[in-house]
Design a protein around this ligand. Structure first.
Ligand SMILES: NC(=O)c1ccc[n+]([C@@H]2O[C@H](COP(=O)([O-])OP(=O)(O)OC[C@H]3O[C@@H](n4cnc5c(N)ncnc54)[C@H](O)[C@@H]3O)[C@@H](O)[C@H]2O)c1
Length: 282
């Protein structure tokens, strides 16, 4: 938002935000946007991330309490939901901005995945969404009409080689959002994923070949890659009452990338790169 003022879209709303690690984190930008729009919320991240991250700074800026929770551990999620209940009573939104693949970090080839690591990838990046929703609901903290958003990537639909088993994790994440969304719809609770374009964050930069993925998307998307702050503005609309009947969707926030074919500029660039070879081959 140009003037940084906000529209009061989340006035009176309370929430829980997972995944802010440092200022670049998409969750960090979303937390700032939620604050700007009038929300109160708690922040959570894995204990190890709290030791090495900068979450205290965000906590000071937003007045949000920080609760440690490793989302692979059910007992920790259960405890977290009780803490959130004590802090806020009921809540109106949850952000799941959590992803990690040991296989991607180690750059092992997809054909030779370490299956223990693959289980961790799926557990951290996808099954955790199920656990978070389940224990929030069992703690009775989800208000009618609340909104749950998880961050996804187009690797769920199209294969990006360096994204390895995260392609699989995002496909599962999107499926969990649809599956759980269908079961909460009678209480007006929405569950959606935002499929965000490549964004320069710790998780992003942890992917070998990220710069190529970033540039490819930026060149192909008619509007170019949206920033983390732009993702935050979009997310706010999904947490707000303006999107009450949007559920079980995977929503692309990618500057048009998903529907782009090829434009004049890229045709010309490719002709310069390969044109002569093509002519020789004719
Ligand atoms: N950066 C991109 O290009 C991009 C694009 C599309 C989607 N996304 C998704 O956005 C989300 C946020 O990632 P980001 O890019 O802001 O990077 P980030 O590194 O800032 O955030 C990832 C977060 O996951 C947390 N996490 C990892 N393991 C955890 C665990 N066991 N328990 C609790 N938290 C854990 C990390 O501590 C970190 O805060 C992820 O789901 C990511 O896949 C990122």
């Amino acid at each position: 938002m140009a003037d940084g003022q906000g529209y009061g879209l989340l006035k009176g709303k309370k929430g829980l935000i997972f995944g802010a690690l440092n200022e670049q984190s998409i969750a960090w930008r979303i937390a700032l946007a939620c604050k700007r729009e009038g929300a109160e919320f708690s922040l959570s991240n894995a204990p190890v991330a709290l030791r090495f991250g900068e979450l205290d700074k965000l906590s000071e800026q937003t007045g949000a309490e920080v609760f440690p929770c490793d989302v692979t551990k059910e007992d920790e999620i259960e405890e977290l939901m009780q803490e959130v209940k004590e802090e806020h009573g009921k809540i109106d939104f949850i952000l799941h901005a959590i992803g990690m693949s040991p296989n991607v970090r180690k750059s092992d080839s997809y054909q030779k995945l370490n299956y223990n690591w693959m289980q961790q990838t799926l557990d951290i990046s996808a099954i955790s969404l199920h656990k978070v929703i389940r224990y929030a609901d069992e703690a009775g903290i989800l208000n009618e009409g609340s909104s749950i958003v998880a961050l996804s990537y187009i690797g769920a639909q199209r294969i990006f080689s360096k994204y390895s088993d995260m392609n699989d994790a995002k496909a599962l994440l999107e499926s969990v959002a649809r599956n759980y969304g269908s079961r909460l719809a009678d209480r007006g609770i929405r569950v959606n994923t935002i499929s965000q374009a490549p964004t320069k964050t710790s998780a992003g930069k942890g992917i070998k070949g990220f710069d190529g993925m970033y540039t490819f998307a930026d060149k192909l998307a008619p509007m170019g890659n949206p920033s983390a702050d732009e993702c935050a503005d979009y997310c706010v609309t999904l947490f707000s009452d303006l999107t009450r009947k949007v559920t079980m969707q995977n929503l692309y926030h990618d500057g048009g990338f998903v529907n782009a074919g090829i434009d004049e500029e890229m045709i010309n660039d490719l002709a310069k790169l390969y044109g002569e070879e093509d002519r020789e081959a004719e």
